[in-house]
Design a protein around this ligand. Sequence first.
Ligand SMILES: Cc1cc2nc3c(=O)[nH]c(=O)nc-3n(C[C@H](O)[C@H](O)[C@H](O)COP(=O)(O)O)c2cc1C
Length: 346
Amino acid sequence: MYKNVIRPMLFLIGPEKVHHLVFRILQMKGKVPGFQSLVKAIFQYQNPKLERELFGIRFKNPVGLAAGFDKDAKLIDELSCFGFGFIEIGTLTPKAQPGNEQPRLFRLPADQALINRMGFNNGGAIDAVERLKKRKSDVIVGGNIGKNKTTPNENAFDDYAQCFEALYNHVDYFVVNVSSPNTPGLRELQEKEPLKKLMQHVIELSKSKRVYKPVLLKIAPDLNQTQLDDIVEILIQTSTDGVIATNTTISRADLQTPKSEIEKIGNGGLSGKPLTKRSNEVIKYLRSKLGKNFPIIGVGGIMTPQDAIEKLEAGADLIQLYTGFIYEGPGVVKRILKSIIKFKEN
Ligand SMILES: Cc1cc2nc3c(=O)[nH]c(=O)nc-3n(C[C@H](O)[C@H](O)[C@H](O)COP(=O)(O)O)c2cc1C
């Protein structure tokens, strides 16, 4: 139904317009009595065998919605009805910012992919808090945090700290995002010394609280082996609670979409099917270096239940998706959950 009827209609409209349209529909329908129960009855799938405990948090299931979809925490209650075990909001920055000029989100249907250069468009951490206070769902929420475009890298600490403080009482775990390709200079924070200091800083903040909240790091798929080795060292030295691999890629290798079209689109992060293989390689490498107990959240190109199983086999404890949700529709969550049960039983 989604792929044959709904998706072709949605894909007639520009991708960012569709995003806002779907948000408005869900916001309106979410308030209609019985709507959320109906959505839950159709899409949710519960089974105690899906429960996971990671960095001190109990997840109802291991399938999450990746950062970027609900940056401003506008639809936590509605999105939780689709069966996600956790939802990551953000990337949030201290101050609201408009992001890059439009168009900044592009579909590559021949590749089941998206290219985006949104540039952390968001309403700011404080605004998100007001919405988080009103949420009713008990779904686990991660707070993905970053820095404003106008903040120079040498002051980035302050931005991460401000977001941490604002969100502390309202999210279950934090993600330090230094891997988006769309904020100039941000990825420089992935270099060894600045990253180590940044992680130490955020973790110290969390330790200073009465209740410690886990702090994770989200990395890019474009790091080479030496850079991944540095990441591993930092994760261990700073006692980071987990790693999210991966963000979108700047690579344009092996695409079906004509080169001229890709060139016309220009810069941005590529997500979806073309990312699956590289994301899995990074996860496998991290698992081999970090040992079997280090929490890894696998994300990048999960389009089908088979892709989800491959992520788990690569070494992910939990998984997230974004582009697969767009191309496959909300039913993909339940299909993945069912396949995980089968995978566990075999
Ligand atoms: C339109 C769009 C916006 C995104 N925004 C963010 C973001 O703000 N922060 C972040 O950490 N990741 C962001 N991501 C990356 C996703 O969270 C995810 O890591 C990536 O898309 C790979 O997963 P996928 O192939 O399932 O989409 C964004 C992705 C897309 C497509």
